[in-house]
Design a protein around this ligand. Structure first.
Ligand SMILES: [Zn+2]
Length: 184
């Protein structure tokens, strides 16, 4: 929605070069010439006047900690709602759904996926450090939520990262709608 969310994909590992969506652009209308190339410090190394997304440091942290080939971040109504609703528990346990099998390495619906929730912040270096700790505490996690903000997921490839984001969005919406219907 709007200019929310951001996308990245690793182009080269040594030295690290990451294709990153620019700040303030509608991601649904993103064109190839708008995509920036950044280094491991989120500095632009391509010939662009644009500004990399404020959240580039989080993408780079995920690439480093997980060896991810692509990182995707979405702001949706359901991921924002559940990130708030479950904040006190520190995460969302997603269990028993067939769609969990879309997450890399998950073979059965009989799986419990813990989606950690991290408090939102505008201090990106500090937030990147919390992301580092969270990823190390939850080695099996395929994603995390920023409270009242959005969802991050990643994959070895862009296609796998897209699949993971779609799976999480489906699961979070399903859980949210189920909770609503039960409350009626
Ligand atoms: Zn965001």
């Amino acid at each position: 929605m709007g200019t929310s969310g951001n996308l990245s994909a690793v182009v080269q590992r040594e030295p690290l070069r990451v294709a990153m969506s620019p700040s303030g652009v509608d991601k649904g209308e993103l064109t190839a010439p708008q995509v920036l190339l950044i280094d491991e410090n989120a500095h632009i190394v391509s010939e662009h006047d644009g500004k990399p997304s404020d959240e580039s440091l989080l993408h780079l942290r995920i690439v480093k900690e997980r060896g991810a080939g692509a990182v995707l971040h979405t702001h949706s109504v359901w991921n924002t709602t559940l990130s708030d609703l479950h904040a006190a528990e520190g995460g969302v346990a997603i269990e028993g759904y067939e769609m969990l099998k879309g997450l890399q390495g998950v073979r059965t619906h009989d799986h419990s996926e813990w989606l950690p929730i991290i408090d939102n912040s505008q201090d990106m270096p500090a937030l990147a450090e919390v992301v580092r700790k969270t990823l190390n505490e939850h080695k099996a996690a395929h994603g995390f939520l920023l409270r009242r903000h959005g969802l991050y997921s990643w994959g070895d490839t862009l296609a796998q990262a897209k699949r993971h984001i779609e799976i999480f969005e489906f699961l979070l919406e399903t859980m949210g709608r189920t909770a609503l219907m039960k409350a009626c």
